[in-house]
Write a protein that binds this ligand. Structure first.
Ligand SMILES: [Zn+2]
Length: 203
């Protein structure tokens, strides 16, 4: 906690006074154009990767950047609630699902880790496992995991596009869906090309 308090004091000494006008504006309202859905992993920071300021991105983090199927059944759907707020209340124009390398959630999916909550949660991504194994062939464990991380992104994107109000906005051109993948070792981003359904590295 000492580390966090020292960081806060630094924020109060420098970033906050230097950006006081921005915080005054943000106190009135938020109007982000983009929602980002990414993993909880401590090594992934979408604001840093996209060089974004506070107020620019409505960010949702969960284990393995999953979007569950659309299932309005009265249960506690934290992820779906955040997506609903971004799309229906904030009217974001883009939703970016960002996966990443070395994802612990995907590792759990490929392994035997269950846990009280992670096992059931990761079952959302279960449809990614068979195609990943088929594509990986006799590749090593690291490559299988990378292929599975990309498959999980395709599953999340497909689930997202099935939300009724997401689909309506996409069909009328008011919302665009994206998936991208951050390679931690190389600090490099790949983006899913909708034409080929393959991830293409950005320059
Ligand atoms: Zn992760």
């Amino acid at each position: 906690m000492h580390r966090l308090i020292a960081g806060y004091r630094q924020f109060r000494r420098t970033y906050y006074p230097e950006n006081r006008d921005m915080f005054d504006q943000l106190a009135q309202r938020q109007a982000p154009k983009t929602m980002v859905i990414c993993c909880c992993d401590s090594r992934i920071d979408p604001a840093l990767i996209f060089n974004a300021r506070p107020g620019e991105m409505f960010t949702l983090r969960n284990v393995a950047n999953l979007v569950p199927p659309f299932s309005p059944d009265g249960s506690h759907h934290s992820t779906s609630a955040a997506i609903e707020f971004a799309v229906c209340a904030l009217a974001v124009e883009h939703i970016v699902i960002m996966g990443h390398g070395r994802c612990g959630g995907v590792k759990a999916l490929l392994g035997s880790y269950e846990g009280e909550f992670i096992g059931p949660w990761m079952r959302i991504a279960e449809p990614a496992r068979a195609p990943a194994l088929a594509k990986a062939g006799d590749a090593d464990a690291d490559e299988l995991q990378r292929i599975c991380e990309l498959e999980v992104l395709r599953i999340s994107l497909a689930n997202l596009s099935q939300f009724s109000w997401v689909r309506q906005k996409v069909e009328t051109g008011r919302l665009t869906l994206h998936a991208c993948y951050f390679d931690i070792e190389r600090g490099a981003l790949s983006v899913l090309d909708p034409g080929s359904n393959e991830f293409v590295a950005l320059d």
